[in-house]
Design a protein around this ligand. Sequence first.
Ligand SMILES: *[C@@H]1O[C@H](CO)[C@@H](O)[C@H](O)[C@H]1NC(C)=O
Ligand SMILES: *[C@@H]1O[C@H](CO)[C@@H](O)[C@H](O)[C@H]1NC(C)=O
Ligand SMILES: *[C@@H]1O[C@H](CO)[C@@H](O)[C@H](O)[C@H]1NC(C)=O
Ligand SMILES: *[C@@H]1O[C@H](CO)[C@@H](O)[C@H](O)[C@H]1NC(C)=O
Ligand SMILES: *[C@@H]1O[C@H](CO)[C@@H](O)[C@H](O)[C@H]1NC(C)=O
Length: 391
Amino acid sequence: MALFRASLFLLIYIALLSSLCFAEDPYVSYDFKVSYITIAPLGVPQRVIAVNGKFPGPLVDATTNYNVAVNVHNQLDENLLMTWSGIQMRRNSWQDGVLGTNCPIHPKRNFTYNFQVKDQIGSFYYFPSLNFQRASGGFGPIIINNRKVIAIPFAQPDGDIVIMIGDWYTLNHTSLPPQMIHGKLRATLNGISFVNPETPIRLADLHKVKGAYKLDFPKKPLGRTPQMDRSVINATYRGFVEVILQNNDTRMQSFHVDGYAFYVVGMDFGIWTESNRNNYNKWDAISRSTIEVHPGGWTAVLISLDNVGVWNMRMENLDRWYLGQETYMRIINPEENGETEMAPPNNTLYCGALQSLATDVPDSSAMALLSWNSNLFLTLVVTILACLVLH
Ligand SMILES: *[C@@H]1O[C@H](CO)[C@@H](O)[C@H](O)[C@H]1NC(C)=O
Ligand SMILES: *[C@@H]1O[C@H](CO)[C@@H](O)[C@H](O)[C@H]1NC(C)=O
Ligand SMILES: *[C@@H]1O[C@H](CO)[C@@H](O)[C@H](O)[C@H]1NC(C)=O
Ligand SMILES: *[C@@H]1O[C@H](CO)[C@@H](O)[C@H](O)[C@H]1NC(C)=O
Ligand SMILES: *[C@@H]1O[C@H](CO)[C@@H](O)[C@H](O)[C@H]1NC(C)=O
């Protein structure tokens, strides 16, 4: 009997292994036509950004390890990038859809995002990342289901109902910023108000474009005059970064990192000091891609830098992000051999110093949490401030 069980187990194990190793992961594909429609969510007719005529946009329904292809057709009269908040894009920052890693999709053009939703399950969302577009819509839900072979700790739900909650304004994304933002106000992280590079960071590296950005994001507030710059974090592959967010602003802020789930190890009111490290939760800290930072308080997160690429780090609050409260982490494997970072896809868009490489084809439808190795440890004390930058 025991023998029989053992061999049955072996059989199942082999069957599982072979399905893991040899079957190609399934594909799902979507066409997203992004256009303006007029509707009245608050009773006032207004122009909103719709996906396939819908607001919010359609559900991207995938199962972990699926390959997802989304062909985004820009039917707006402005540039567009779609970002996939919380999707880790393992080894593949080419698909992240933010200006530091991707050139924008011009009006009447399309771009197909190809990515694998790997080793993660849950609810996520996509949204247009440029300017204030998210305030006019263009967003929608993403569900990544568990594979049958991986159990979930609750009964299989009878169905999913997606609820999207957010601020809504009767002003559209072109009228809103002048109302919310006065004059030359900019917002900073460590005294830097980020300016997007003309040439996306990793493309600049691969094509040896000099001076597209700087690797000098300060590790702590320097107390100098705030400035506008293209300062990026020089992070070490397989190292750790500890980010302490001190919110000196008067409102709740949400901190987000692309490409990763980080561990939230501490959060309190007051000013963070080194002694707060003694109380960090190093055992069962929650892992997520967005966390709140209370006004007059701090939040500490730890990130294990295992995903090569260039990843946006930002305040998710739209006005603060727009005003420069973001930067990027550049994580390069010095021994890259094509295995820890994917090559740029064959449909890569080019711009800035690489504009001459662009083949602008109109859209046919155009229409154990920690090892405290100090060599691998980068501590960032980030002060979130809104302040005036003079240029
Ligand atoms: C644009 O869409 C068409 C089909 O609608 C497709 O053949 C083409 O490959 C797409 N281009 C890109 C860059 O995704
Ligand atoms: C936004 O609203 C303003 C004022 O109503 C209008 O002039 C502008 O065309 C609108 N922009 C878009 C993209 O809908
Ligand atoms: C970035 O960090 C690496 C070590 O991880 C170092 O060798 C390199 O000189 C740094 N680059 C800059 C510009 O600071
Ligand atoms: C943040 O506020 C605290 C308390 O008011 C102050 O000590 C600290 O210097 C402030 N930091 C910055 C960068 O303004
Ligand atoms: C470009 O890449 C996509 C997805 O990786 C693939 O389906 C397609 O065949 C490639 N096209 C060419 C011309 O290599």
